[in-house]
Design a protein around this ligand. Sequence first.
Ligand SMILES: [Zn+2]
Ligand SMILES: [Zn+2]
Length: 793
Amino acid sequence: MPATRQVIDRMIESLKQAAALITSYRRQSTVARRLSITNRDKFTTTAQSVNTCCQDLMLSLQIHQSSKIEILTRDIPIDDDDKAAETFVAEHGSLEAIQHDRELVKEFAQQQHLVMDDTVMDQLNANLTDTIQQNQARLEVILKDNVNSAVLDGFKGLVAELNAAESEQRFHCVQCDKEFTNATNGLKSCSFHRGEYDSWGQSYPCCGTGHPCQFQPHRAKHHCDYPYGAFFPRARAITGYVDTVDEWASVEDTNLEDDGVKKASVGQLLRWVSRGERLDEATILISVGTIWYTEPYYFNTFTAKEMETITRSVRLSRRTLIFRTSTSESEFAMAEWILSVSGKITGVRLTAKSATSTNPYVRVCPIDMAKATKSGDIMTLSEGGMRSYIPASPYILPATIRAGPEISDIQIRPPRTNFKTKTSPALRVILKTMSDPPLKANPELASSKVDYFQGVVSVFNNNAAASNNPITIASASASYRLVGDPTYNPCEALKLTDRAELPITIEPRQSWSLKFEAAVPRSEDDVKLDIKWWNRAIVARHRPIRIKITLEDIEGEECSLVLEYVFKPYPFNKSGANDIGEFFFDDPVLLQRNCIRVEKCDAGGTGVVKIAGNEIETKRLEKIVYRALKTGKTEVDLEIGQEKDYGTWEWAAWALIDFSCRRVYAFKIMVKEGKLVEKKRLGCLGYVLCPPYGESVDKQRPISYATEFVKLAQLEPYPVQQIVTDDAFDDFKPVVPPKPIISPVSPTSPSAQPQVPGDLAQRLTSIDFNLSRIATALERLVSHVEGQVPPSG
Ligand SMILES: [Zn+2]
Ligand SMILES: [Zn+2]
């Protein structure tokens, strides 16, 4: 049957075309299907050709048309959506005008409640005929196998086959992480959360429940049309690392009242995740706003190929806006395409403005769209934020005021060691200080009532080696006296510290080391301070103290030696390399410096200064200036002050603002006595210049000073104490002990006592008398010569 064969061949051809058309059509998303109104013509033509074939085939096979085939003879149906599409296209001129205009397609999609993503534009612009041809090869195989049975079973089987072919096209939804097909994707098929699951709080922050709060169609590609939880970790994998993006340009402006940040950036996406594979294709990343479900944001990528569609669309529509976070003119972030005169995209303009800035930040990044690369230098068109002006003259700050005495951390002098042994001729000993310094204060023990002094004294028996005069020390005692005081007072206790017990006997020319610890009671006022100090003595903090060690021998003869202790203060903290100011008052009772330091922060960070360790950042200063400009207050408490040592002292700091130059020019620091001190007598108030910070307009302005209100209160004067640092109380000429006379007759005689022989004594007395007489005579003679005193007989 050559005729039937011919018909079948023709039919196969028609069916192939029809099937390819259907497959291609199904691959189009709903929006593209609706807008491609030429689809309908294609269907009509195909249907007609299939119809003709079928009729021929029916005739050939002499069978009746089935109702299935009858469908094909009917008009291609037009539904309401088709009509809407026709109207929409008619309104905007032609399909040509729409298919390149992304915004118009988007508008239509919204009107029709349909999903619109980047693939739609590609589908609209792809030639359906090309796609049909691509599908033909695949379908040919299916058709060859099926045509016989298709003819026999009618179109039922073929339609089922085609349905099966479509159902193979499965997509993975980025919103709900489930599989879907176009056939099963409805308007509310996808349920998900706006926010990202918070594993810490074990909930979804968007709605606080486990049940999805959003319903939309499934989406196969990531998008920023509306928020969905899975988007944020994906974006964070890029924004949170430095190796993911090569940022070309960015703008950022902070609201100085609510800290809200407006920002936008453009750059090249290098990898989707840190340390991941580098992208082969140059990809532009544009980000606007804060990527979070509560905020409007834009975060999208474009390859050079994807830019082609965008370029066509923008050229025709002249719609250059990429994204804007808000329609508000006072506060927004925005990204726009920049077009050349010919309508080519030549770059991206970024804008960020917060309500507290007068001007927006505007930067332009030139981009070569064909290569998706940066093609020139970034241009800054406008600078926002809080900008200061350059002061036309240097600021002159008032001098620091300090009330109360200033103390030193240097020992007033080293302790004296030139005290001599005081003894009676009968007790021939030499006492010598062996410890250095002579006395150590509270080295092991500390009390709040007494100060302990430790020292070592060597006791030397100065009798001749052969004299057989041992010395026996029966007791030891200690007394103390502050330099300038008239008397020695007994110490509270004297303890021999090396477990020595008295009496102790020292042989001639031998010595014994007396290691002792003397406890000196504190004054009533000092006891009230209730302080324990190690290695320093409270009792001697103003005046040196002397401790006299007195030894008594078995016969009641005494000898003594004085040792001195001079207070050595703890050194004050040394100023650091970054210090720019030091504000303090000294506590003369506790010899303590209550000090607040101001340091300059290292360049490169956000900090400007550190006041007592509190870092003050640029943003903080800008906020202060902004508020000052609003309120007119130019002296602002930084609210970082503190009470110290349980309220014995306190400090506070203020920023001083130059209205004219719109900057903080200095800090004022006050250090004073705290609430525990009733009678306020000590304090300090000073200023330190604020180092340059932040951005400034390249323009000079005359300076203006702040109106200050905070002052150091009128303090009672602190009485100046005259401090005695030394006296001669313990200085005396020691009686040179007579040399032991060793009798030439009996040099070894132990009983030999030193004595002046009688005749020698007589002669000495005679010489004395004669000398005295000569002196008197001379005096008189001199007086006589001067005629003052009449000579007497
Ligand atoms: Zn939710
Ligand atoms: Zn989904």
